[in-house]
Design a protein around this ligand. Structure first.
Ligand code: SF4
Length: 320
């Protein structure tokens, strides 16, 4: 049984319907990429799993979210609080949303294992330093006593990862964890996360807009577009034979080594607003292959030769 399973999940916020029928599984020891442009529903998917939709006035109105046999949709908030931070940890894009600027960094990591694992202050400090060393933080004992402002952006993000790991979670949701960092540090941090998943047998949901990050880290990928799943497949398959035109466009937009500056063109058009989703296939106003049916009928997410895709013309395009 998958560690985390979303089955046909739909979300509403007031009168808006930003997520529509999201389904995927995530196993232990697996890294699942959730990819798409801003506005595709990636972060809302994370909030749905974390039970944090009420903070933005949202709720799951259809479908099931099951984590290790626990029905999360009907889980009372008091029980959810025991899961969050302990069994399901979140790494956000900006480390300063997770770190308190006036508390020494090590003490913040210590607090997590004291709270969730019941460790003494001495044991928690030893555990924090060990975690920091696993995250390849040099002179961890000294840095344990530093304040966040004394660290670089990359170092702060490693501390946030250490905090996420401190309670020994089963699932980590990392929401654009390296977007604010430069490319070299980004690659290092992603590699550290990959190594940790393999070593500790965690499951990682890695939310990103960057197919390059997906290629580096993920086992499987779910491509979201305007609140629906466009495609999902193993990473090798999705790069070798993308089935959905949107996936092809995302792959086309990965900068290539030696590419002339300014020669990379983005995907034409913009992601539609949740207040004005197009009828039929929501990608049709931007799709170079759109036919009349695309504007009127919603394509279902169907099994293909490899993975699943929601496009009326997958077979036609595969032979085109
Ligand atoms: Fe393009 Fe039509 Fe496929 Fe949508 S259903 S991706 S508009 S070809």
């Amino acid at each position: 049984m998958a560690l985390l399973s979303l089955d046909n999940v739909s979300v509403t916020i007031g009168r808006l319907h930003p997520l529509d029928g999201i389904s995927f599984d995530l196993d232990r020891k697996e890294i699942l990429g959730i990819v798409g442009e801003s506005g595709s529903g990636k972060s809302l998917t994370a909030l749905s799993v974390m039970g944090l939709l009420p903070l933005i006035g949202g709720k799951v109105t259809k479908g099931a979210i099951v984590f290790d046999g626990i029905d999360l949709v009907s889980l009372p908030e008091t029980d959810y609080r025991r899961l969050r931070g302990k069994r399901i940890a979140l790494i956000s894009q900006n480390p300063m949303t997770s770190l308190d600027p006036i508390i020494r960094i090590g003490a913040q990591i210590d607090q997590v294992s004291q709270l969730h694992l019941g460790l003494s202050a001495v044991a928690a400090q030893a555990r924090s330093i060990e975690l920091m060393q696993q995250l390849r933080i040099p002179d961890a004992a000294t840095i344990h006593g530093n304040y966040p402002h004394q660290l670089s952006g990359g170092m702060k993000q490693r501390m946030v990862i250490a905090m996420a790991l401190a309670a020994d979670p089963d699932l980590i949701i990392a929401d654009e964890p390296t977007t604010a960092l430069d490319v070299t540090i980004q690659a290092q941090i992603i590699q550290i996360m990959v190594d940790l998943v393999r070593e500790r047998g965690l499951a990682l949901m890695l939310i990103t807009h960057d197919m390059g990050v997906v290629a580096q880290a993920c086992d499987r990928v779910v491509v979201l577009y305007a609140g629906r799943v466009a495609e999902q497949a193993g990473v090798a398959d999705i790069f070798a034979t993308p089935k959905h035109p949107y996936t092809r466009e995302l792959i086309r937009c990965i900068p290539r080594h030696g590419q002339a500056p300014g020669s990379l063109k983005g995907i034409p058009g913009t992601v539609p607003s949740v207040m004005d989703y197009p009828s039929g296939c929501r990608f049709h106003p931007r799709c170079a292959h759109a036919q009349a049916i695309c504007g009127t009928e919603v394509p279902l997410l169907e099994q293909k030769t490899s993975g699943r895709a929601a496009c009326h013309l997958t077979e036609v395009l595969a032979h085109g």
